[in-house]
Design a protein around this ligand. Structure first.
Ligand code: C5P
Length: 212
């Protein structure tokens, strides 16, 4: 029964920070590192937490994690590495980007609650404020209806079996929701948090510090 089983979290921190210019998840934010905030928020809902780190770092123990594993070349590979360290009896798995350090415990609780209520997956979405167009080689092909669009964040929670089977084929996507959706799962949207930005450029660090 999903409602009764353990919750595990996989926090992915194996990115190289190419766009940022350094491994951004190890930057200082307030009195700790970016990834420490993410681990602590994940811990608020999880019975166990797996941290996925880059190969260069080695899988040394981390105080906020029950297990540390080495990730892969892509985010999806890193999630699969994390999943392999999640115990078989986990009922729900929450996947979170270490680079989103200000996601609140309430947001983690909301995605877990949606899965406990019967969804295969739940992810936070915030309304899109800009007009969004699809283009091909710089020529506009279509203007999308922004009322039907959300910008998606992590944490994303899933029925453990749904996430494992969606990843079993080794697919690639920029989030886990996409893999579960393509496998036919019912993934629901919960209200996201505008402050929950992904640390992408050094300027984001100031914004994140201001929202702590
Ligand atoms: O690259 P991007 O900002 O989309 O990364 C989102 C999250 O996925 C980050 O926390 C990053 O550390 C993680 N990641 C990973 N393994 C990769 C690439 C990204 O764990 N190969």
């Amino acid at each position: 029964m999903v409602a009764d089983g353990p919750v595990w979290a996989v926090v992915v921190a194996a990115g190289s920070g190419e766009r940022y210019g350094a491994p951004k998840q190890y930057e200082r934010l307030g009195d700790r590192r970016v990834l420490d905030w993410s681990l602590a928020a994940a811990r608020s809902v999880a019975d166990g937490v797996v941290l996925v780190v880059s190969p260069g770092r080695g899988a040394d123990p981390e105080p906020g994690a029950d297990a540390v594993v080495v990730g892969g070349d892509t985010r999806s590979e890193s999630v699969r590495a994390g999943l392999s360290a999640v115990p078989d009896d986990a009922a729900i798995v929450v996947v979170h980007d270490a680079a989103r350090p200000v996601a609140t415990p309430a947001l983690f609780a909301a995605v877990v609650a949606a899965v406990r209520s019967g969804a295969d997956g739940a992810l936070p979405g915030v309304p899109v404020v800009d007009t969004v167009k699809r283009h091909a080689d710089g020529v506009v092909v279509e203007t999308l209806d922004r009322a039907a669009l959300v910008a998606v964040q992590t944490p994303q929670a899933f029925r453990a079996a749904a996430l494992r089977s969606a990843h079993a084929a080794g697919g690639e996507a920029t989030d886990d929701g996409a893999l579960v959706e393509s496998a036919g799962g019912r993934v629901v949207v919960v209200p996201g948090e505008p402050a929950n930005v992904k640390l992408t450029t050094p300027a984001d660090l100031d914004r994140l510090a201001a929202s702590l």
